[in-house]
Design a protein around this ligand. Structure first.
Ligand code: GTB
Length: 213
């Protein structure tokens, strides 16, 4: 059965691939699963039909027959468990890859989101300039740890996995701040992720809908 995901009818990022449907599209492309997209306006995201499948009224969601999922971590894990290619066969390596999935969305993404909030949504607050260096330092602290762990490795734990897919997707959001480039091995890691044909297909699919015309 062909799954259906939801996405912004027009992403505010104008096709830069930062909205979270891109990571779900990427996982679908990695495993070779065709999919459909239902595009939603901001109002439609908060309407009862959508709230019935996403309690927080957000995108993306994933529907496959009677199964409805929300949260990108859980959607990518579902795809990785049902299809070959995103999790190792060895059970210990699989558990480690899942740890990296959680690390991406639970440990690395929150300070990056906080930075986005500080740079964009709180920029006009009187305390913004004073707070921003603290927020950047928290991001840099995590980046330094991740950079030290990755070292010269190609991926986080052996072969490319769903852990890398989520980690690259999260790190991509740092690029605009300039902080990603302060860690050349992380910048190269993100570039390796973006160079994967499946990522290119996912990016192109969302770009076709969101790019300014
Ligand atoms: N934890 C959830 C998950 O991982 O699925 C978070 C989902 C989420 O934040 N979805 C956002 C959303 O639906 C879209 S991706 N927001 C609408 C709302 O909450 O009402 C976040 C996002 C939005 C815009 C940009 N951008 O313009 O660059 C980037 C990312």
């Amino acid at each position: 059965m062909m799954p259906t995901i939801t996405a912004f009818d027009r992403s505010p990022d104008q096709g830069r691939g930062l909205a979270r449907d891109t990571r779900v599209r990427w996982a679908l492309e990695e495993v070779g699963q065709a999919y459909e997209v239902r595009y939603l306006s901001s109002a439609a995201m908060k309407a009862p039909d959508h709230l019935a499948i996403h309690p927080f009224g957000q995108i993306p969601t994933y529907e496959e027959g009677s199964l409805c999922l929300f949260e990108t971590g859980s959607i990518v894990l579902h795809l990785a468990e049902r299809h070959a290619g995103l999790l190792p066969g060895d059970s210990d390596a699989r558990a480690r890859a899942i740890s990296w999935m959680f690390a991406a969305v639970n440990t690395i993404e929150p300070p990056i989101l906080d930075l986005t909030t500080a740079r964009i949504f709180e920029a006009d607050k009187p305390w913004s300039a004073e707070r921003l260096p603290l927020v950047k330092d928290r991001v840099r602290a995590r980046m330094a740890q991740l950079s030290a762990y990755l070292g010269a490795a190609e991926w986080l734990d052996g072969a490319f996995s769903a852990g890398d897919l989520l980690m690259v997707s999260v790190l991509l959001r740092l690029r605009m701040s300039g902080i990603l480039d302060e860690y050349p091995n992380l910048a190269a890691y993100v570039a390796r992720g973006e160079a994967r044909p499946a990522y290119a297909r996912a990016f192109a699919a969302q770009f076709a809908v969101n790019s300014p015309s």
